[in-house]
Design a protein around this ligand. Structure first.
Ligand SMILES: [Fe+2]
Length: 199
């Protein structure tokens, strides 16, 4: 069960050191709470994305531990401890590898929600490409969860989420510049998940 209570004041464990003590997603939850808990809406968004991922894993036949861990950590690049380039998917992936998280989890974070399109627009495409990009329902499910939860943690439609993000970032933002390729990518990922859920 996913906790929605305020984060506990305990420092995060390194996953390789904690592997005998807790599932990956439990360590991910603790890590996210430590770093994002003080950030208000970012934490509320993260909790709701993790809840959505946990709901999707079973019906989609995905490894829940990996998907939910990636969901807890998908915005870890916004944490002060991780910020470097200012592009959260890349900063998050780099932070996670420094902290000994599995490559698969870091790579899911690096590429979630069409990050490569924005990275290319920002000149960070090569750096992001250093993380293997998984295909299939696992990254689709993570993107679905992120794109159906707004910045305050409320469930929304993907279209509403995308429109809100474009408004928030602004017409001249990297997100707006990449939207002509990122937008269709997000819609396709959401459609694949809905098709599988509907079937
Ligand atoms: Fe997010």
């Amino acid at each position: 069960m996913i906790a929605t209570c305020p984060p506990r004041p305990v420092s995060p464990l390194r996953p390789r050191l904690a592997v005998a003590a807790a599932a990956l997603c439990t360590v991910a939850q603790q890590t996210a709470a430590w770093h994002l808990g003080p950030l208000g809406d970012r934490w509320r968004h993260t909790v709701a994305v993790a809840e959505c991922a946990a709901e999707l894993a079973g019906p989609l036949g995905l490894e829940a531990d990996v998907l939910v861990a990636a969901a807890w950590l998908h915005d870890i690049g916004s944490a002060p401890a991780a910020v470097a380039t200012g592009f959260p998917p890349l900063d998050g992936a780099r932070y996670l590898r420094r902290e000994l998280w599995p490559v698969r989890v870091a790579a899911l974070v690096a590429h979630h929600s069409g990050a490569r399109f924005v990275a290319t627009a920002r000149g960070l495409g090569r750096a992001l490409a250093g993380y293997p990009r998984e295909t299939g329902l696992m990254p689709d499910a993570l993107t679905y969860a992120d794109q159906t939860v707004d910045p305050a943690g409320r469930r929304v439609t993907p279209d509403r989420r995308r429109a809100e993000a474009l408004r928030r970032y602004g017409a001249g933002s990297w997100y707006a510049r990449a939207d002509h390729v990122r937008g269709p990518h997000l819609r396709a990922a959401v459609a694949r998940v809905e098709r599988r859920l509907g079937g």
